[in-house]
Ligand binder design. Structure first.
Ligand SMILES: [Zn+2]
Length: 213
């Protein structure tokens, strides 16, 4: 009886560990062949070849600057957008809500359009907040980003860099930046220096490269 109870305890602990390893819930956006084709069009134009599947080498951290997790999810769900530089709608692989709940929107290695020059190799994390450009992301979001990036780094040892979207220029030192369309660029401030400082403090010792503010 005693060993039976110990086995049950071990199983419960094992189950708890397995759950601790996956810090997100899946809430996939609709994904059709048409979205893949729009992705082909975008990646051919900007990276020189059609790319649907990425080998993650960087994590780019964002804020949404608007909306709720639900409204951002709906926004990303649309396949097309109107833009001179492509019809593929923007999206990121993850959304982190203000209470720290993490949603995975697609398989992590699906190419998503979230950071000019880096979509071919970067996983995007959107944090709900940054309203009016204020650095208002929460402690729960910071903790959730740390958990998520640790998870991703363990799963994809090819990930070497973590940077905020506003650090897109400094991150060119990684050698990862590719953009074939001249002057295709947007100034960014997300997700703020305070948030990136917090991530760096907790993740740099894991062997990930960060950039100065
Ligand atoms: Zn961004």
């Amino acid at each position: 009886m005693k060993s039976f109870l110990l086995t049950i305890c071990a199983l419960i602990m094992l189950t708890a560990n397995v759950h601790a390893e996956v810090p997100f819930a899946d809430k996939f956006i609709p994904w059709s062949e048409h979205r893949d084709e729009l992705g082909d069009e975008y990646t051919l134009k900007h990276y020189g070849k059609a790319i649907r599947e990425i080998v993650p080498q960087a994590v780019v951290v964002h804020w949404t600057a608007m909306g709720t997790a639900e409204s951002v999810w709906k926004y990303f769900s649309a396949e097309e957008m109107t833009d001179d530089e492509g019809r593929l709608n923007v999206a990121s692989q993850f959304i982190v809500d203000r209470d720290g709940t993490i949603y995975r929107l697609m398989p992590e290695t699906n190419l998503a359009r979230h950071a000019i020059g880096y979509n071919h190799c970067a996983i995007g994390i959107e944090n709900v907040g940054g309203y009016d450009g204020n650095e208002d992301l929460t402690d729960a979001q910071l903790a959730a980003n740390v958990r998520l990036i640790k998870y991703l780094h363990a799963k994809y040892p090819t990930i070497k860099y973590v940077f905020g979207h506003y650090q897109q220029d400094a991150a060119r030192a990684s050698g990862l930046y590719i953009e074939l369309v001249p002057d295709y660029y947007a100034v960014k401030t997300d997700p703020g220096k305070i948030f990136m400082r917090g991530l760096r403090e907790q993740l740099e010792s894991d062997g990930l490269t960060f950039y100065d503010e």
